[in-house]
Ligand binder design. Sequence first.
Ligand code: SAH
Length: 464
Amino acid sequence: MDYLPLFHNLRGSRVLVVGGGEIALRKSRLLADAGALLRVVAPEIEVQLRELVQNSGGECVLRGYAEADLEGCVLIIAATDDPLLNAQVSRDAQQRCVPVNVVDAPALCSVIFPAIVDRSPLVIAVSSGGDAPVLARLIRAKLETWIPSTYGQLAGLAARFRTQVKGLFPDVQQRRAFWEDVFQGPIADRQLAGQGAEAEHLLLAKINGTAPVATGEVYLVGAGPGDPDLLTFRALRLMQQADVVLYDRLVAPAILELCRRDADRVYVGKRRAEHAVPQEQINQQLVDLARQGKRVLRLKGGDPFIFGRGGEEIEELAAQGIPFQVVPGITAASGCAAYAGIPLTHRDYAQSVRFITGHLKDGTSDLPWSDLVAPAQTLVFYMGLIGLPIICNELIKHGRSADTPAALIQQGTTSNQRVFTGTLGNLPQLVAEHKVHAPTLVIVGEVVQLREKLKWFEGAQSQI
Ligand code: SAH
């Protein structure tokens, strides 16, 4: 190990920064965040840095560096573009045995800055000892995605009850078991889901020995339209901790792969004609599994609240008092549009966009056709393949031109994505010609013609 990692308490201590430019500013921000009193020395100091110093109670010294500037400082940073000056600052500091960092010059440093993941009070520092800072930053980026941004609040919660818990369990082993339970169970789940008051309530109940019998929880998670890269951080985290997964046909196998390996998987998919598992039965299954204390993942294609019957499922959970959280996903309209190069709105072509179910219940009567033909709006039909001839006919009949550009996007965002463009007039014909099948999204509106203009976009994002 070339460097020993330590965390430096700088609160209220004086730190010297030599240099007044962009790099000095970057370092000064970190130092100010850690509560240091800055002394910035440079003939010129840029405005933002000057403001930062003022706001954090430090001092700006507008002249060249002098050795006396080191006086009373516990840490020295040299951030000038003059290598000789940087070297001199380093020498002076090391002679006085004060830690020194010279930006981008590891040989002149006695201490170096790590890449930081800040979930204060939880802080993670990553260093390559100056050998490969880019690698350290990449690792930092990975950690940023793994560790929810609310992790700091979890540490904060623990801090508030630390003394109390210590009093309750003088034995270290017991105390450790207690906290492990807290950090890996429903209390952490609540806090990470942003429900701080509920988390605190559960923690108090646990401390007082009045915790309710562990019930499970349901995660209603949007898995996006297909490409696993479109999952949210929270979706992935919950997928990796759930005990059982209920999924349907729209969830791509590549996404299912990302669930915890040993989680039970239950297929509850519905096909149009044969309703594999009736909705009420799914609702009941969620309740039953949660009552057994399981963490149940209800994985939905796209977004659970957009034609996903998510509302019905949580209604039942709420009625039965089962805790749940809902994680939004990228809906098919956003995913498919982006991967097909069709902006859903555009200053010149569409000022609004409508998501419509094309699953027509009784023939033609149940859609507000005259609203749908208003100009300058994009229409996106979900589940529109079967009713497509009717949809196109009605739109034309109610006044939308048969030449209106339209697109079919089959299995959007996946490696099997297929896109066909035409007009309202010939869309049903395209379906027959190319044997287009579900899941397919239908986009109608002038914005579809932008796809031609944005051709370059396609190769970069998909394999059409
Ligand atoms: N909750 C989902 C929609 C479920 S309804 C969401 O927010 O995306 C099912 C319909 O969504 C399908 O019939 C199809 O029209 C559309 N759809 C879902 N995923 C799709 C995909 N990858 N490509 C094209 N259409 C998709």
